[in-house]
Ligand binder design. Structure first.
Ligand code: NAD
Length: 289
C-alpha cells in the first residue's frame, strides 16, 4: 500500500491526511518535535464521523481509513518509508526550506515531495534539495475533503516525471488538477486574496456589513461563499502572510494588507479556528456580529 507522510498537523495537514487515508494511502501525520499529533488524528476521525452521520460517507470506508491513519512522533523517522510527502506547515519560506532540508536527509530518492504553500516560490523550496526535480507545489483547498481543486505548481526544477506523478496523485485523491507556473500566488491566491483584501477595505470604509458584502458576491455573482467568510475559514493570519508576500513580490496596492486585518490578527481574531473573525463561529457555524 502506498505510504504518505504529512508534515504539519494544522487545518490543511489534517485535511490532506483525511483525503489520503480515504483514498487508500497509509498516512502518518507529523508536526514539530514535541507536538503530539494524536489529537489531530482524533479530529480527522471526528470529521469523518460527521460525514457518516450526514450519510455522505460509508461507515466501513471510515473505519478502513481510520485504520490507515496514525500520528507520527518524529516525522523524519517516518520519512524513509514514504512514497509521497506533503508539507503543510506555516506559510513561512525559511521554515519550509528548513523542513525540506531535514526531509531530504531521510526520504528515498524516488519519493514525491509536495509543498502545500499558498503563495511561496516552489523553486526556492526545491533549491535546498539535492534532488530538486521531485519537488512540486501541491496546493489543496480548505476544507480538503470537500474542495475539488488541486493546484499543481511546477518549479523551474520540477521534472516531467514528477508532474506526471503529481497528476496521478490528484486522480487517486479524487481532485481536479490545474498546472500553473511558479509565480507569486500562482493562479488561485493571486486572484482570491485580491478579492478578500478589497472586501476588508470595504468593511473598513463602512460600505456595508460583513454579511451583506458576502451576500453581494454569493447572490450577485454566484460565489459559493463570500470573501469575508472565506477569509475567516482560511485564517486571517494565513491570508495576511500571503498578502504581505504578494505585496513584496508583485508590488500592486491591491495586495497591501488593510489595517483592520493587521489589528484583528494582533488581537487573535483569526477566524473560524479562534472562534472569531469577521463572524463569530459557534459550533462550526458563522454568526453575523
Ligand atoms: P495551521 O496554522 O493550521 O497549521 C500549521 C501547522 O504547522 C501547525 O500544526 C504547526 O504546529 C506546524 N508546524 C509549525 N512549525 C513546524 C515544524 N518546524 N515542523 C513541523 N510542523 C510545524 O496552518 P494551515 O492553515 O494548515 O496552513 C498550512 C499551509 O497550507 C500554509 O502554507 C498555508 O498557506 C497553506 N494553505 C492554507 C489554506 C487554508 O485555508 N488554511 C489553504 C491552502 C493552503
Amino acid at each position: 500500500m502506498a505510504k504518505m507522510l504529512v508534515v504539519g498537523a494544522g487545518t490543511m495537514g489534517r485535511g490532506i491526511a483525511h483525503v489520503a487515508a480515504l483514498s487508500g494511502f497509509d498516512v502518518a501525520v507529523g508536526d514539530k518535535k514535541g507536538v503530539d499529533t494524536a489529537p489531530a488524528v482524533a479530529a480527522i476521525r471526528g470529521e469523518m464521523d460527521k460525514g457518516v452521520q450526514k450519510g455522505k460517507l460509508d461507515a466501513a470506508l471510515r473505519d478502513a481509513a481510520v485504520a490507515r491513519l496514525r500520528a507520527s512522533a518524529d516525522f523524519c523517522a517516518d520519512a524513509a518509508a514514504a512514497d509521497v510527502v506533503i508539507e503543510a506547515v506555516f506559510e513561512d519560506l525559511d521554515l519550509k526550506k528548513k523542513i525540506f532540508t531535514h526531509l531530504e536527509e531521510h526520504v528515498r530518492p524516488d519519493a514525491l515531495l509536495g509543498t502545500n504553500t499558498s503563495s511561496l516560490p516552489i523553486s526556492a523550496i526545491a533549491g535546498v534539495c539535492r534532488h530538486p526535480g521531485r519537488v512540486i507545489g501541491t496546493h489543496f483547498f480548505n476544507p480538503v475533503h470537500i474542495m475539488a481543486l488541486l493546484e499543481l505548481v511546477r518549479a523551474e526544477q520540477t521534472t516531467d516525471e514528477t508532474l506526471a506523478r503529481a497528476l496521478d496523485l490528484a486522480k487517486t485523491l479524487g481532485k481536479t488538477p490545474i498546472v500553473v507556473r511558479d509565480v507569486p500566488g500562482f493562479a488561485t491566491s493571486r486572484l482570491g486574496v485580491c478579492l478578500g483584501l478589497e472586501a476588508i477595505r470595504m468593511l473598513e470604509q463602512g460600505v456595508a456589513s460583513a454579511a451583506d458584502i458576502d451576500t453581494a458576491l454569493e447572490l450577485g455573482y454566484r460565489h459559493p461563499m463570500g470573501p469575508l467568510k472565506l477569509t475567516d475559514l482560511v485564517g486571517l493570519d494565513v491570508r495576511l502572510a500571503i498578502a504581505d508576500h504578494l505585496h513584496r513580490e508583485l508590488r500592486g496596492d491591491q495586495y497591501r494588507a488593510p489595517e483592520l486585518m493587521r489589528k484583528m490578527v494582533a488581537e487573535g481574531k483569526l477566524g473560524k479556528k479562534s472562534g472569531e473573525g469577521f463572524y463569530r463561529w459557534v459550533d462550526g457555524n458563522a454568526v453575523a456580529k
